[in-house]
Design a protein around this ligand. Sequence first.
Ligand code: A2H
Length: 254
Amino acid sequence: EGVGTTEYVAIKQRVLEWAEPARKKLADALPADAKVSFVSATLRPETMYGQVCVFVGPGVTYGIFKAGSEYLFLSPRAAREMAFQSIFPKWGEFPQVAELQGSDVVGTLVNAPLSVHKDGVRILPMESVKPTKGTGVVTSVPSDSPDDYATITDLAKKADYYGIKKEWAELEIIPIIETPSYGNLTAPFLVKEHKINSPKDATQLALAKDLAYKAGFYEGTMIYGDFKGKSVQEAKPLVREALLDSGDAFVFAD
Ligand code: A2H
């Protein structure tokens, strides 16, 4: 971060049903049959089997941008960068058709490529989403990301406070990667071991995130999905290619 670029896999997740505030704001901005996708940026495409929701920053400003025959939901900053990566049809242009706050889209139902949750997953709020990183949209995999696990646990505990339905945050967390150090639910294991009680425990979460990432990448074995039995190092590029080939993802350098 800071210096150089990160190459993300940008996952497209089609809107199946808008949350009410977004639906109202978009009524005049989009054709009724518009295909809109949330675009989340991930470094761990091999974890997409375990995705349970998608996070946005509730106070972050997002846009909907027309990319050929489809529309993309992401931060304006990411749209600008994508305009110079041939993601929009005209070089340098990223036509914006609407502006929304993260809070407007909480509750929106989107499809989830590869996920066990075949009927789709919800857009939920995450306070720690950085508007200046990736697309500002984060796919949530609580089995393998301590940040995601701490946030989803807090959302389920305080559903009323967050204005969400408890069942949106109380989905089954399935084991997808096994590591010798932390078992088959790396993030829940580390969150417990480091006594992390809230998504605000930033120092402990940074440590857990580092441990989870290293263990997952260097020692992890896939125990779910198309590449079950392969090491994470082998599976990662294969899942990435599968997502790119199916059109569910594209590469985004940030
Ligand atoms: B990763 P780096 Cl399973 N704000 O994807 C906060 N976090 C963001 C973000 C933003 N704007 N954009 C992306 N991210 C998250 C999966 C995952 C991720 C797992 C485990 C670890 C992990 C599922 N969430 O990242 O600062 C995204 O979460 C730990 C490094 O560019 C993205 O990958 O290194 C990662 O942070 C990018 O972080």
